[in-house]
Ligand binder design. Structure first.
Ligand SMILES: Cc1cc2nc3c(=O)[nH]c(=O)nc-3n(C[C@H](O)[C@H](O)[C@H](O)COP(=O)(O)OP(=O)(O)OC[C@H]3O[C@@H](n4cnc5c(N)ncnc54)[C@H](O)[C@@H]3O)c2cc1C
Length: 393
């Protein structure tokens, strides 16, 4: 079925070149694989390779570290284009950014030169390991993984869960408590390389959506990591983790808006072709109102997303709340639009033979990871009203 998305507005010639290339790759190579990737539930190595060969895994990273040196605006548009066809494939690009950002943000020059070129080229895969069984939304308060200094190393013990690409990653940034008396200021960030003794991959999760994205448990048993792999000063890990989310949440918002646009494109075309009561269902005003609302929601969420990405590019002081607002809005729009797309296809929308049920399943995760929708509201409101502490007696 023909895709009806209007071409996006480009902000530079470089962006136009990248996005034109992405649209071609998506149409020819990604879209035809999307249903199979979902059905098999396996990491699509061919798609990762395709992205690596076309420099799509290093878009927002500086050229001096082997990246493309593109803007965050271009980066989110790339994720969005891929997500229109395949949310799992789009996540490869988004998680490469998520997993590389701790090094970009917290690393020294030597660490950046050591790790980033192979991540930007796609030779290596990155992951970001913050969440634990007992610590998701309350990431700092309940973290149990420990890192204890021993000579020139830190010894890590603990478990992380829900780690996207953790099992296929070459480089994982792991957040671990270095001083339990200091709360969020007693957490370190450590780059753990694949094959490090004591580091192993546990259970592979079976999931509702993004089934081509492997999500795993990671275990650390007396895992000795060189102190030279710690990012920033010892207690800065949690600050790094949060700064990363400011720049990675727009990527998830882009995944969400791409899923929504893909579902709307499909539902619109379907509604023009499906006949009921002697005319295309698209000519029923009840469905026209649904389509109009879906488009309006997507367009308004996308404007917020691009503004959040511009804030990332500018290093604006309100980047945190814009990133949270973009993820909140785009995630909710993705969920509502994909649900309506299933409705527009009627019984066929419920069948795996049509892509909208996959899009609806894939949309749900955008309301959960990188901070749930409730946590985005906490972040936004805290920026508005501040954090209150009871007056000292
Ligand atoms: C497929 C998948 C991939 C993931 N990938 C990664 C990854 O690569 N790296 C990583 O580190 N983590 C990853 N995660 C973890 C993800 O970020 C967490 O699941 C998420 O932050 C929520 O944490 P939780 O699951 O422990 O839920 P909880 O924190 O237990 O929350 C449960 C419910 O309570 C609500 N809640 C909690 N606190 C508050 C509050 N203060 N106010 C209002 N409501 C609240 C939540 O919104 C939620 O609805 C992934 C998760 C999934 C499912």
């Amino acid at each position: 079925m023909a895709i009806a998305t209007p071409p996006p507005a480009y902000e530079s010639e470089e962006e136009a070149m990248i996005l034109d290339m992405v649209r071609t790759l998506v149409a020819e190579r990604v879209a035809p694989r999307a249903a199979e990737i979902d059905e098999k539930g396996e990491f699509p190595w061919d798609i990762k390779q395709l992205f690596a060969e076309n420099d799509l895994l290093g878009v927002p990273f500086p050229a001096e570290y082997g990246g493309v040196g593109g803007s965050f605006v271009t980066y989110v548009k790339v994720v969005e284009e891929v997500a229109k066809a395949c949310a799992s494939s789009a996540l490869i690009i988004a998680v490469q950014e998520l997993g590389t950002l701790p090094i970009m943000i917290g690393g020294n020059d030597e660490q950046k030169r050591r790790f980033i070129p192979k991540l930007a080229s796609g030779e290596h895969i990155a992951a970001y390991a913050l969440t634990e069984a007992g610590s998701g939304s309350d990431a700092a308060g309940s973290m149990k993984t420990r890192a204890v200094r021993d000579g020139d190393s830190y010894v890590l013990n603990g478990n992380k869960i829900w780690i996207t690409q953790g099992g296929v990653a070459d480089v994982v940034t792991v957040f671990a408590v270095t001083d339990a008396t200091k709360g969020p200021n007693g957490i370190g960030a450590f780059v753990v390389e694949k094959g490090t003794p004591g580091f192993s991959v546990g259970k592979l999760e079976k999931k509702m959506g993004i089934r081509g994205s492997p999500t795993v448990e990671l275990n650390f048993v007396d895992c000795r990591v060189p102190a030279a792999n710690m990012l920033g000063p010892e207690g800065d890990g949690f600050k790094i983790a949060m700064k990363v989310l400011d720049k990675s949440r727009p990527g998830i918002a882009a995944q969400a808006i791409g899923i929504a646009q893909g579902a709307l494109d499909y539902a619109t075309q379907y509604a023009k072709e499906r006949i009921a009561f002697g005319k295309p269902i698209a000519q029923q005003q009840g469905l026209q109102f649904m389509l109009a609302d879906m488009r309006t929601e997507i367009e308004s969420a996308r404007l917020l997303l691009y503004e959040a990405a511009r804030k990332c590019d500018a290093g604006a002081p309100d980047t945190t709340e814009y990133a949270a607002m973009a993820k909140l809005k785009c995630g909710d729009v993705a969920m509502s639009v994909t649900t309506d797309a299933v409705q527009i296809l009627g019984g066929f929308g419920y069948s795996v033979e049509y892509p909208v049920e996959r899009m609806m399943r894939d949309a749900k995760i955008t309301q959960i990871y990188e901070g749930t929708q409730q946590i985005q509201r906490v972040v936004i409101a805290r920026k508005m009203v501040g954090k209150w502490s009871p007056p000292k007696a």
